[in-house]
Design a protein around this ligand. Structure first.
Ligand code: PLP
Length: 317
């Protein structure tokens, strides 16, 4: 995914050389993908000479929630999440990159086959951080995948567990083989769910429409911000309701949103061009979101941007 590995990683509570952070091939995490993770973005705010992590505490709360839902031992998970809150600024400062970063805080089970009681498992944690300065601006071409978003009764879309992301492998290959950028998945009820990394929004006659959580959608943090910005800053009403596949083509405009994709217009679906890409609402919400993240506009609340100043260089002796 990235041209070269960073030199450092936060691993089990401390900064570690990238190559030293290892688990055995037979470990529970390597065998069954037993990890819960988050994707964070730290925006570089040059004017303030600091990074700002978008909703750091909210992401870490969702991480702890994923761990609880998939039955990692609760007390140990809570302690590790607390350690990760300390690790995020430490890693960002150590990476010393004056540009945007994508960070992946993760808890995993190293030992303990299907274990869930405290004495049965050995947990580990890490945060990997990658420079991610290039911003994808062009509208995305999408397909509607022939594969389904998992049902809440299989592996719930509300839980960010690593193994669940295998459900996006074939849709992504299907999209690549069709020459498209991304796959939109339908749910078991045949209505629109989301992509493998972002929520889907349509504009219909001045109203924004997005599928509700019950339709196989992660409770996305960007989704929440976008709903709030549309309503409170841009005066665009938002409705959460099921979206039939064909309605994707009827939209005045459509976009996806997520931490990694940020806000990106959908340019075509199954080869049929969108009515507008990027449309005016997509452009407005995208510009507002990026202006907030980069410190040029006020955030909707104090929690949204977790500031991490550049570490003061110690004087050399
Ligand atoms: C399946 C899925 N949907 C949507 C999203 C977007 O969520 P967020 O805005 O919290 O990054 C993600 C990314 O975490 C995801 O993995």
């Amino acid at each position: 995914m990235y041209e070269r590995d960073p030199e450092l990683i936060w691993w089990n509570g401390r900064l570690t050389a990238w190559d030293d952070a290892r688990v055995h091939v037979t470990s529970e995490v390597a065998t069954r993908g037993t990890n819960v993770f988050e994707g964070l973005r730290a925006y570089w705010q040059p004017g303030r000479r600091r990074h700002a992590v978008v909703y750091l505490r909210r992401h870490l709360a969702r991480l702890e929630q994923s761990a609880r839902l998939i039955r990692f031992p609760a007390d140990e998970s809570a302690a590790l999440v607390k350690e990760l809150l300390d690790g995020v600024p430490r890693l960002i400062q150590a990476l010393n990159h004056q540009g945007d970063l994508y960070l992946r805080p993760t808890l995993y089970i190293e030992e303990g086959r299907y274990g869930w009681r405290p004495g049965q498992v050995r947990l580990g944690s890490y945060i990997a951080g990658y420079p991610t300065d290039a911003r994808s601006e062009a509208p995305m071409s999408c397909i509607v995948s022939s594969w389904r978003r998992t049902s809440d009764l299989a592996v719930s879309p509300l839980v960010k567990v690593g193994a669940a992301y295998q459900a996006f492998r074939l849709p992504r290959i299907e999209a690549a083989l069709a020459g498209a950028d991304e796959a939109i998945l339908l749910n078991a009820g045949d209505t629109v769910a989301e992509t493998g990394g972002a929520a889907v929004f349509l504009l219909r006659g001045g109203t924004a429409v997005t599928p509700p959580l019950a339709d196989g959608v992660l409770d996305g943090i960007t989704r929440g911000v976008v709903i709030d910005l549309l309503r409170s800053r841009l005066g665009v009403p938002v409705v959460e309701r099921s979206v039939p596949r064909t309605e994707l083509h009827l939209a005045d405009e459509a976009f996806v949103c997520g931490t990694l994709d940020e806000i990106r217009a959908i340019g075509s679906i199954d080869g049929l061009p969108a009515n507008a890409a990027p449309g005016p609402v997509t452009t407005a919400v995208r510009e507002l979101y990026l202006a907030i993240c980069t410190g040029r506009e006020d955030p909707p609340d104090q929690e949204m941007l977790y500031p991490i100043p550049v570490e003061r260089l110690r004087p050399s002796r």
